[in-house]
Design a protein around this ligand. Sequence first.
Ligand SMILES: [Zn+2]
Length: 344
Amino acid sequence: MFSAITVNSDRSLAVLRKSLRSGRVGHAYLFSSDTLGEIEDVSVSFAQALNCTKNLPDTTSESRDEPCGECRSCTTISKHTHVDVHWVRPESRSRVITVDQIRELMGEIFLKPTEGLYKVVVIVSADRLNTEAANAFLKTLEEPPPRSVILLLTTEPARVLETVRSRCLRLTFEGSGEFVGSDLSRACVETFAVMWGRSRTHLLDRYAMLALLLKDLAGCKAEIEAALLAKSPLSYYEDADPRVRSQWEEDRKAAVEAEYRHQRAQLLLAIQWWLRDVWLESLEMGCQRLAFPEQAALTQSLAKRLTPEEALANVGVLEKVQRQLTSNVQELLALEVALLQLHG
Ligand SMILES: [Zn+2]
């Protein structure tokens, strides 16, 4: 991942802008990047540019590619609640995108846009489409209905089925070298940097840190629960058949779990980026490249106590815990072990 630090995404964005400006929008794109968050953001901007109400067809072509970010269309797209922009993620316990999810999506894409100019479907983790699911939409991928765009996102383009890949325009985003984290992940890094940066940590500090991390994660999960419950049919149809309700409940739980895993990974990735800052500082290469320049003093303070080897090992500890958490290792145990293994 470090090799991607300095490369930027400008060329890929330029291609998208050009296609919007010329009015020749491709019908299926495969976006790949080191982090899903980055290409999810690109997808939001792209869907906004396609549907921004200030970009109506009679608008002069110069501004076609810049969404305003403020109209109803732009704001609902960024909140993932626009009726014409659909997001699909691996949801079931096996963490694959199922044929049922794809069928539902195909049902949507063949309806005319309700509010927007374009229907947009975003398939997050396209490498998680199994063959059956992929086959269910190959034909649509080749010839989607007019005014619809399919965006496939992946961090592992090589694992996307060839039949799917070959039908898409591929754009690679290699990372801008900037960490774009949520407010929560920035706050979490700050707590982490304060506790870890100030002075050598002892066993109790590490458990205090574990407690804080778990508290942040629990808060994050509660928010996801609330947000997804509000969207679930469970909240609207209270007198539905108990069997149907229990299926909805299953779906909701699986969706919460998938979103929680995603956000947990983002949070840990933020800490990993900070430990990468510490490593760069320990090599005296930090200066202009820090992901968290606001923590520079604490970053330097920790870097001074570590050898570059120890600092790099710390980055490895976070990589390892991320890998473990994608399998079904117990969260508490994995995080505890990681915190105890960190140098400093
Ligand atoms: Zn707008």
